[in-house]
Design a protein around this ligand. Sequence first.
Ligand SMILES: *Cc1c(COP(=O)(O)O)cnc(C)c1O
Length: 480
Amino acid sequence: MSHHYLLPEISQPGKIGCSLPSLDVPAAELPPKELLRQELELPEVSEVEIIRYFTALSKLNYSADTGFYPLGSCTMKYNPKWHEDIAKLAGFTSIHPLQLEESVQGALQLMFELQEYLAEITGMDATSLVPIAGAHGEFAGLLMVRAYHQDRQDKARRKILLTDSSHGTNPASAVMCGFDIGVVASDSQGNVDMKSLDAMMNEEVAALTLTMPTTLGLFDPRILGISQVVHERGGLLGADGANLNAFLGQVKFGELGYDYVQLNLHKTFSTPHGGGGPGSGPVCVKESLSDFLPSPLVTENNGMYKFMSPAKSIGRIANFYGNFGVMCKAYAYIRSLGASGLREVSENAVLSANYLKEKLKPYYHLPYNRTCMHEVVFSGRRQKAEGVRTLDIAKRLLDYGLHPPTIYFPLLVDEALMIEPTETESKQTLDAFVEAMKEIARDARENPDILHTAPHNTPVRRLDDVRAARNPDLRWQMGD
Ligand SMILES: *Cc1c(COP(=O)(O)O)cnc(C)c1O
């Protein structure tokens, strides 16, 4: 790391960043001695130095606002700044969750209309905006599945089926809900293996969680058949809706036979994310599950908006009403684009991914050679044979000033590279990425060492990920 980023380098005893004015009120008494510290080990720096220090740190951040960010499954699209202005309006930020409903009708109206829009977009009957992340929405969906079967006295259904391409949160959510897990295989085309599903779908299965499009970036054309098998045998069909960016205005989960879906407003509906939030993971459900939705929902009666709790609600799963600021941005996004704009989002997201697929196919192995949806999964198999790992490819992209795609996920693709360009990138940006990937493929053959030792141009070189996770060093200490 270069010196500008290290406080100890600029700290010198006696340097002062700001001077306090002399006391113009009576001095208060100090707390008892045992509560007082003799030394406070803080860096001693001047004002300009601390400003430069933090400004330099801020420039180390990479984001969708600084460059191309094709992180598969994450939908790192550009988020219009104007939506931040909407979310910052005093009428939204200066209200308190304990205020009387009569005094916050505008906020409730926004929530009510967002519930309706999301139900319309997904082809469902009702929505709860409460969950505060995608994984939290999955968890809420599974709590509803459990409550639904219990309500029907169907006690044998202890198992959730997933596919081998599932996102890691899918099994995690199911286990946290107390379910056992069964993994349905994918076939050679990347679709659900119907024989595997047939063998596993029995009276112990509460639901099948099936991401659509799948985490391979593919639409499973047999989804209606899958839905039929699951329902005929008494199960429910749940979607992990994190990939909705491919579907907006094109296909509805409800029409594909799904009973519930969780959405990631911070992905599809334009909230900057990464680094831990805030997020929002609403659940949209068919009529059969609507009584179980997490509370509260917003209802409308004669132009008055009110909170209510569904009859058999799984209860409260977050404090108050969810992440309201994220809802404001999603609402602004939906209203500003309208139905035709949303449709265009998906068309362009899918077009961008297929463009990259065709351009990169000659250089990287494409395990599923078919039209993809909003993202495309390559394998670094060829480069691996040349002694270059997918991790090396990702690290080398950093030298080009590009954020790497998702790597080593989905797990069923060897050396996976999962690229999601999103609809907000220009053809020039996509072409620049293609050029970088082409050069990297050439270096893998001709100059592999430059990949093994990458990145070369970043403030931090290759990290020891394992050590960083096991022994995180998060706190500056004098003398470090
Ligand atoms: C992002 C993602 C999730 C988890 O969403 P969070 O909001 O990060 O909890 C789940 N499934 C898929 C497919 C995802 O891409």
